[in-house]
Design a protein around this ligand. Sequence first.
Ligand code: NAP
Ligand code: F7E
Length: 324
Amino acid sequence: MSEKRALVTGITGQDGSYLAEFLLSQGYEVLGMVRRSSTVNFDRIRHFQDEVTIVQGDLLDQMSLLDILREYRPQEVYNLAAQSFVPTSWKQPVLTGEFTALGVTRMLEAVRIIDPEIRFYQASSSEMFGKVRETPQNENTPFYPRSPYGVAKVYGHWITVNYRESYDLFACSGILFNHESPRRGLEFVTHKVTYGAARIKLGLADELRLGNLEARRDWGYAGDYVQAMWLMLQQDEPDDYVIATGETHSVQELCEIAFGYLDLDWREYVVSDPKFFRPAEVDLLVGDASKAHAKLGWEPSVSFEELIRLMVDADMKALQANRG
Ligand code: NAP
Ligand code: F7E
C-alpha cells in the first residue's frame, strides 16, 4: 500500500490529469474527485483511470467534501477544481463565485474539521494581477482583478492565507501564470490557435476568428507547472509562490509561430472579431518566479516556441487520425 494519499479536485481538467500522473509516478495513492454528470468525460484521464480512485463530490456541496476526507483520509489535498474560463465568468458570475471562490472555503472547512494536519494546495492565478500594478509580477504585487473569475480567485487566495494564519493549516497558494498543453480546453487561445491552424493546414477550415491579438501572456507548459504544486507541499513551511517562465508573448506572436510551423502565413487566415473581445482585458502578464527558483528549485523546461510546436503536432496527429 502507498504511504501517501492525495486528493485532487478537478482531476478531469488539464492540470488535474497531469498532476495525478505525476503523483502516481511519485508512488502516491491518488483520489480524484469528480462531480456527477449524465455522461462521464474522462478523456484526459482515460489512459491511467484504472490507477486512481474516483470519488464523487462537488465544490458546491459541503457534505460531500467532508465525507470524502472522512472516508479516505488523504494527507494532501490539491484544490484544482474551478470554473476556469474567463469569458464564462461574465456570463455566469454568481456560479463562478460559488465554484471558484466559496468552493475554496468549503474545502478548507472540510480540512479544518476532519484533519487539520492535511497539507492543502490552492490553485491561484495570475489573473489576480489583472490591470497590473508593476511588471514583472511577484508574490508582493498588489492584485487588481479584471473579471469575475479574477475576483473569485482573489477571494480563494486570501481565504487560503487566512486559514493558514487563523488555524495554522499547512495551506499554500500557487500563483500560476498561464500554462498550456495538448490537453488544454479548445476554447483557450493557445489551443484554439494550434487546433485552428492544423484544421486550415488539412483543408478543414479556411479562417480562424480570434479576439484581441495584442494581449500578452506568460505561457508555460502544464507538465512543468504541476510539479511546482507538489514541491510547495513538500516544504517545511507553507507559503505562496509565483510560477511563471518570465517571458511574455502576444497572441499575434502565438499565431506567427503556430501557422509558421505549418508553412502558413497567419495574416491570410486570422480574423480579429469583436465578438471575442472581453468587457475588461488583462493586457500584459509576465511573472517573476525567482522565489520558486530559489526555495523550491523549480525551473520551467519547455520554451514558448517548443510548447506551441508540440501542441500543433498533437493537433495534426489527432485530426489526421480522425480522418482515418
Ligand atoms: P480546467 O481544465 O477547466 O479544469 C477544471 C476542473 O474543475 C475540471 O475537472 C472540472 O470538472 C472541475 N470542476 C469545475 N467545477 C466543479 C465543481 N463544482 N465541483 C467539482 N469539480 C468541478 O482547468 P485547468 O486549466 O486544469 O486549471 C486547474 C485550476 O488552476 C483551476 O482552478 C484554474 O482556475 C487554475 N489555474 C489555471 C491556470 C492555467 O493556465 N491553466 C492558471 C492559473 C490557475 P468537469 O470535468 O466536471 O467540468
Ligand atoms: O486568453 C486573448 C484573450 O482564454 C488569453 C485560464 O486558464 O489563464 C487562463 O486565462 C488571452 C486573453 O486565457 C482570443 O483576450 C484573443 O487576453 O487563453 P485565454 P486567460 O484568460 O489568460 C489564467 C492564468 C487562468 O487562471 C484562467 O483559468 O488571449 N484572446 N483572442 C483570446 N482568448 C480566447 N480564449 N479566445 C480568443 O479567440
